[in-house]
Design a protein around this ligand. Structure first.
Ligand code: CP
Ligand code: NVA
Length: 302
């Protein structure tokens, strides 16, 4: 594994290796066992969009691994004044040991990876959020012990978070179901993997998707970049809410996950979020451990 850009391009074995490493790093952190695996290494973090979790967890993760992380808002780089991605990639590769990037266009990340000579990590694009999905898989395995015979459902927009969750789950052999309004289905590549594996159900009916589910997942109805269509989406998505009534059709021990930030009263009610806050904030924490596994794996193998 040279980069971490999408879960679809990782093998099942690679994902399992990352999850095992993440569990080990979490154990070491909780038990005060030092793990300065990346001493002397530097990570650059390019951000073209806002972030709380991704920025802080990557920065703290590098610190805990003995390395250093640099926050590089794209508007303050020459990149923001038009320096080409391919030049930025080659320049940063001369200073850094890895680059994490959060941006709009997925193709920009692919171009960065093509020209960089150090590992590139996707910290979210309009298409994918693999760091989130890795933390999600870690959380699901933690709560459900294994991936065997599980059903994961996603309610809402077939967005970056949904694409990566569905791709990651299918890679691990988990049956997935997504309920979304027509026209908001996941990426074509995810739909095709669904057809090949027979593991994906796509429906416009949230009740069908959530029926007997072990994990009920949702994310905002309008992502960063979609704000102009927020009002229209509030109407279009109004039946795609995770609330008590929808949860009543899931398994009684179903967990509820949300990548956060949440819009309470839209994709999830305040009551459901608070009732499942333990799971949701453990999920948030697991981003740290999962990303440390990615950083250590990529940088030590480079
Ligand atoms: N879930 C997630 O990626 O959060 P941030 O946008 O705060 O990084
Ligand atoms: N789908 C959301 C996720 C934020 C972490 C967005 O892209 O804005």
């Amino acid at each position: 594994m040279t980069n971490f850009i999408s879960l679809g391009s990782c093998t099942k074995e690679e994902i399992t290796g990352l999850l095992n490493k993440a569990d080990q790093l979490k154990y070491e952190l909780k038990n005060g066992i030092e793990h300065k695996l990346l001493s002397g290494k530097s990570l650059g973090m390019i951000f073209s969009k806002s972030s709380t979790r991704t920025r802080v967890s990557f920065e703290v993760g590098m610190y805990q691994l003995g390395g250093n992380a640099m926050f590089l808002p794209s508007a303050e780089l020459q990149l923001g004044r038009g320096e080409p991605v391919k030049d930025t990639a080659r320049v940063l590769s001369r200073y850094l040991d890895a680059i994490m990037i959060r941006t709009y266009k997925h193709s920009e990340i692919e171009e960065l990876a093509r020209y960089a000579t150090v590992p590139v990590i996707n910290g979210l694009s309009d298409f994918a959020h693999p760091c989130q999905a890795l933390g999600d898989l870690m959380t699901i395995r933690e709560y459900k012990t294994s991936f065997k015979s599980l059903k994961v459902c996603f309610i809402g927009d077939g967005n970056n978070v949904a694409n990566s969750l569905l791709a990651g789950c299918m890679k691990m052999g988990i049956a997935v179901s997504i309920a979304c309004p027509k026209g908001h289905e996941p990426l074509k590549s995810v739909m095709e993997t669904g057809k090949e594996t027979g593991l994906l159900e796509v429906t416009n009916d949230p009740v069908l998707a959530a029926k007997e589910a072990d994990v009920v997942y949702t994310d905002v109805w309008y992502s960063m970049g979609d704000e102009k269509s927020a009002d229209a989406r509030r109407v279009e998505f109004k039946n795609f809410q995770v609330n008590d009534s929808l949860l009543s059709v899931a398994k009684p021990d179903a967990i509820v996950l949300h990548c956060l930030p949440a819009h309470r009263g839209e994709e999830i009610t305040d009551e459901v979020l608070e009732a499942h806050s333990e799971e949701i904030f453990n999920q948030t924490e697991n981003r740290l451990h999962a990303q440390k596994a990615v950083l250590a794996t990529l940088m030590l193998n480079h």
